[in-house]
Write a protein that binds this ligand. Structure first.
Ligand SMILES: Cc1cc2nc3c(=O)[nH]c(=O)nc-3n(C[C@H](O)[C@H](O)[C@H](O)COP(=O)(O)OP(=O)(O)OC[C@H]3O[C@@H](n4cnc5c(N)ncnc54)[C@H](O)[C@@H]3O)c2cc1C
Length: 589
């Protein structure tokens, strides 16, 4: 047992990238802790995680590699499924493999809000570094030797509905967009996808695979971090504070020194995944253990290992361990990161107290500013007799990005053409890429196994409702294009009557709009002067030493793109910050 230089909590899009990059420096010891199971190579990867085919994640969502949370989407969609990856690679290991970057304007807006280290110019090198673009290698905008493999289907590989979509968009006046990752690109064209040969190229495969041999990188699955440990920092006299006008003195006082970990942790039971797939679903956290687990402590100086008084863990599950480090990087994603901060005493003071916990730092922004991309499927029955394609050929290959009429935000909307072979339907998903509504996450229990309550408030802002109605009506018009004559049968959602009347369409939208899975913003980055900022632009938690947050939660606003590539960029960027900080520590083994 030893003390580490860096502990990374959560091996998702950002966390796996950060751990792999930081451990490139052999003088730094890194412990990467992931709650979900670990499959160390391609051969051991279960099929649901391995086979992507750009499915929109249909075959893995709702299974044993999904945390399966529930959130309130809208006033008429109270029990909305919220998928998150519960596996090494995190949500990058269960997602739909669309590999789009945010727009330059997104990052320049972050910079304008006081985060100058995150301008487009500053983040572009990370976007290039993280990818190997098989269609556009090299050049000013693309990478040619990064860990994530990206490709686009060519026009001759598109299926009937996808070609019809391209033709309909063109005839409607939208330009061709051969590269949706070109900084100025918009219009209709092939989606960049990180799924070479149909394999979902997660950060576990791309980043951890080539790094696992390193003796200074320890990767552990089935380890649930329960809370972050702190000590008063030198010269401190009291708890850290939050809010505008924090003085330098107030910002001193608290230092992260390690984490409390439950190991082993099995959300869906202790059976192996293939066995568990056959069996009944167990309650979150798995079955309770009859044996009394012991608590083990690792001394902060790493010099000795001590068994403390054996006692049952509070939840009667795995053993509880304390592990120490010079620096903790929280990459547990936009739901678990604010949850873990709050459970560790860092969050809105009243909420922390209501949970019966001691307030270490009052940061009112923790859990606020919940951002996402509202999405709704416009659905048609397939024309009778139309041969539905095989899943393996990829239902999600082309998309339209455009600016909503009356909007001053470039490319704030998207439409993706998809199908579902089992149910014989075609879908055009209307998406708001830059929504104005924001929701809230509240930690519901001091028990880390209990999910926080998630109130997305999708379409709350009238401008979001207006743009979504327009998006749905645009999709219906695209579906009326002659190219679809032999493909699409009747429109089933919304019905033509619902689509025609504003009020009826609004009700249909409130019932059917869902999260696109791009939750972000719940620990937003911002300067000291912003009372709702949780981390500064080097991703340090305001008022706390030795603790950074690096995942989708730090986005001040959600980018105008699916979020995986940006999350990985955040992992790359935090690694740059860590490696550039102070003197490298000496390896302790
Ligand atoms: C169904 C679905 C489809 C999607 N499709 C796309 C797509 O096609 N393209 C795209 O760009 N984006 C897509 N996304 C979104 C994108 O994948 C995510 O935004 C991104 O992966 C999030 O990265 P992250 O690092 O913030 O969090 P995550 O990748 O979720 O990583 C967080 C990790 O922390 C672990 N963790 C949580 N709590 C703890 C704890 N207490 N202790 C230890 N570990 C913990 C989790 O298990 C997880 O592995 C999709 C999302 C979903 C849900």
């Amino acid at each position: 047992m030893q003390r580490y230089n860096v502990i990374v909590i959560g091996a998702g899009s950002a966390g796996a990238a950060a751990a792999a990059r930081i451990s490139e420096d052999p003088r730094r010891t890194v412990l990467l802790l992931e709650a979900g199971p670990d499959y160390p190579d391609l051969g051991s990867l279960p099929l649901d995680v391995r086979q992507g085919h750009a499915t929109g994640a249909d075959n893995v969502v709702g299974g044993r590699h999904d945390w399966q949370f529930i959130g309130r989407g809208t006033s008429l969609n109270e029990d909305m499924p919220v998928a998150r990856g519960y596996v090494m690679g995190g949500t990058s290991a269960i997602n739909g493999q669309v590999f789009l970057r945010g727009l330059p304007e997104d990052f320049d807006q972050w910079a304008a809000w006081g985060n100058t280290e995150w301008s487009w110019q500053k983040v572009l090198p990370c976007f290039r570094k993280l990818e190997t673009d098989l269609n556009y290698p090299g050049g000013d905008f693309h990478g040619s030797d990064g860990p994530i493999l990206v490709r686009r289907y060519q026009p001759n590989e598109l299926l009937a509905d996808q070609s019809a979509f391209v033709r309909a968009c063109r005839d409607y006046g939208f330009p061709d967009c051969p590269d949706h990752n070109d900084p100025g690109g918009w219009g209709v064209g092939p989606l960049p996808l990180n799924n070479p040969d149909g394999i979902r190229w997660s950060t576990s495969l791309g980043y951890l695979g080539p790094a696992r041999h390193r003796l200074n990188l320890t990767v552990r699955g089935n380890c649930l971090v329960r809370r972050i440990l702190f000590e008063p920092s030198e010269g401190s006299s009291g708890p850290a504070r939050s809010g505008a006008g924090r003085s330098a003195q107030e910002r001193q006082g608290l230092r992260a020194i390690g984490v409390e970990v439950e190991s082993p942790y099995y959300r869906w039971g202790r059976k192996t995944v293939p066995e568990a797939l056959e069996g009944p679903v167990l309650p979150p956290g798995g079955p309770s253990s009859a044996s009394a687990p012991s608590v083990r402590g690792i001394e902060p100086d790493g010099s000795s290992f001590q068994t403390l008084s054996p006692s049952p863990s509070p939840d009667g599950r795995g053993e509880t361990f304390l592990v120490y480090a010079d620096e903790v990087i929280l990459c547990a994603g936009p739901i678990a990161s604010p949850q873990l901060l709050t459970l560790s005493g860092i969050g809105p003071a009243a909420q922390v107290r209501d949970l019966g916990l001691h307030v270490l730092a009052d940061l009112p922004g923790v859990g606020q500013n919940l951002r996402d991309h509202p999405m709704v499927h416009v659905v048609w029955k397939a024309k009778d007799g139309f041969p539905m394609p095989d899943l393996k050929v990829g239902p999600q290959k082309v998309a339209l990005r455009y600016t909503a009429p009356g909007s001053d935000l470039r490319a704030d909307m998207s439409t993706v053409m998809r199908w579902s072979s089992q149910t014989r339907v075609f879908l055009m998903s209307a998406v708001i890429y830059l929504a104005k509504s924001a929701g809230e996450l509240r930690v519901a229990s001091p028990d880390p196994h209990v999910q926080p309550s998630l109130d997305y408030r999708l379409l709350d802002h009238p401008e979001d409702m207006r743009r979504m109605k327009d998006g749905v009506r645009l999709n219906i018009r695209l579906g009326e294009h002659p190219s679809y004559r032999d493909i699409l049968g009747g429109l089933t959602g919304p019905t033509p009557d619902e689509a025609a009347i504003d009020e009826a369409l609004e009700t249909w939208l409130l019932r059917n709009t869902q999260s696109m899975g791009h939750i972000s913003g719940t620990c937003k980055m911002g300067p000291d002067s912003d009372p709702m900022a949780v981390v500064d632009q080097s991703l340090h938690v305001h008022g706390v030493e030795g603790l950074r947050v690096a995942d989708c939660s730090i986005m001040p606003d959600c980018v105008r793109a699916n979020t995986n590539a940006t999350a990985i960029m955040i992992g790359e960027r935090v690694a740059e910050f860590v490696k550039g900080d102070g003197q490298p520590a000496i390896m302790s083994f």
